[in-house]
Ligand binder design. Structure first.
Ligand SMILES: [Zn+2]
Length: 425
């Protein structure tokens, strides 16, 4: 823990002596507070309040209101008129791996197409790595993401692809995240290349049994060259039968059945959604659930868009406008992985979504916070309202607009996770 912008107590302040990281904490002098509370403040999805303050007690938001009317607190952080947002919720990341694929990236930028085949390179390196090596990589990327405002991050397995290596990947992931996802069906490993049925049986049997104690979710890469729709359905159903929630890597490299399979199985999210038919969009838009976050609730299955993958594979971006205009709830996530999207930066994804996918800055910020929470079926994060986790970021900027307006600039001044100030960048 290093210093954070705490103003000395001045005469007239209703503050008791500072006790770091215990008691109540007031964040005040907030120029623009993004609450993601529909109908709050100025209305609109971001629920923006001007000249606001926020009180944290026991790691949760205890009070939100006007800076003129603040309650007493043990400590204070002066936001100095800056924007304060909910921490980013990155609902799609592959952090448990060894090695990197910088050379593959360079070859791709020189014209080679992306096929997903490089996943097997990372599988070999991951199997050969010691636990502590994998743990150090997750810790490094988790810290890197936190510095860029990410306070919740989903972490998938999927580079082990043996019973023991998938279980240990998830055991390590669970040290860093409540949202861990079993992705034993990432690709068929080389040793099963000619007998995918046998691999699927193994995923549904001993691998799932070993992985499930450490996982909240199950995911399948449903794509040509990975798993077909029958295999994907069988694997996801096995996961559901042991209580795991469903997510699907779908329609990334071409059109396919993944999105509609996800909707059929009640998936929390279908991810990528780069190549969608009208029927895919209609299926996503058809099922809605109530929530406190947005008018009319959100779609039961969220479309999670991962523009870092299109950036890093030089591919066409998903059509976010088509989804949004059809009423589909959209989340943004990094897809952080060593092959197709080696970024942990949600601000970068927000900027791409605005510039390349025609989302408004407000839509992109909502998708990267409340949208990610919806994709993880979390109601405790992605918003700054009473009772939410005190996960927030203070920008070096007066408005959320700057995240897209000033791409590539480190604008995250301070991050609070569970109400605790994190190391400064
Ligand atoms: Zn992925």
């Amino acid at each position: 823990m290093t210093g954070f912008p705490e103003r000395p107590v001045r005469p007239g302040d209703r503050l008791r002596p500072a006790v770091r990281n215990s008691g109540s904490l007031l964040v005040d002098n907030i120029g623009e507070l993004v609450t993601n509370s529909f109908g709050a403040g100025e209305g609109g999805p971001l629920g923006i309040r001007r000249n606001a303050a926020l009180l944290v007690e026991d790691g949760v938001v205890a009070w939100v209101g006007s800076a003129r009317d603040t309650p007493a607190a043990d400590r204070r952080i002066d936001a100095e008129g800056a924007a304060v947002l909910p921490g980013f919720v990155d609902s799609h990341a592959h952090l448990v791996f060894a090695g990197d694929r910088a050379a593959e990236f360079a070859a791709r930028m020189a014209g080679e197409p992306y096929t997903g085949g490089g996943i097997r390179t990372t599988v070999g390196a991951t199997r050969a790595a010691a636990d502590d090596e994998l743990r150090a990589t997750v810790r490094r990327l988790r810290t890197e993401a936190m510095r860029q405002g990410t306070t919740t991050i989903e972490i998938k397995s999927g580079y082990g692809l043996t019973v023991a290596d998938e279980a240990r990947s998830l055991r390590i992931a669970a040290e860093f995240s409540e949202d861990t996802t079993f992705l034993g069906a990432h690709v068929v490993p080389a040793e099963y290349a000619n007998r995918p049925d046998d691999y699927v049986s193994m995923v549904c049997g001993p691998m799932l049994a070993a992985a499930a104690p450490y996982a909240r979710w199950i995911d399948v890469f449903c794509e040509r060259g990975a798993f077909d729709v029958d295999h994907a359905r069988a694997i996801l159903a096995c996961g559901q039968a042991v209580g795991l929630g469903v997510r699907v890597h779908a329609n990334q490299l071409g059109p396919g059945p993944g999105v509609q399979l996800g909707v059929e199985l009640g998936a929390a999210s279908v991810d990528h959604c780069t190549h969608l038919s009208d029927a895919d969009v209609e299926a996503l838009a058809a099922q809605r659930v109530d929530c406190m976050c947005t008018e009319g609730g959100h779609t039961a299955t969220v479309a999670t868009l991962l523009p870092g993958a299109e950036f890093s594979t030089r591919s066409p971006y998903p059509d976010a406008r088509r989804l949004l205009d059809a009423g589909v709830t959209v989340a943004l996530a990094t897809d952080c992985n060593p092959g197709s999207s080696y970024t942990s930066s949600m601000p970068f994804c927000v900027a791409l979504a605005v510039r390349e996918m025609r989302m408004t800055p407000a839509e992109a910020v909502w998708a990267a916070t409340a949208g990610g929470a919806a994709a993880l079926r979390r109601t405790d994060v992605g918003r700054l309202t009473r009772g939410a986790r005190a996960d927030l970021m203070i920008l070096d900027a007066p408005s959320h607009l700057h995240l897209a307006y000033r791409p590539g600039v480190p604008l995250i001044r301070q991050v609070l996770h569970n109400g605790v100030p994190q190391c400064r960048p």
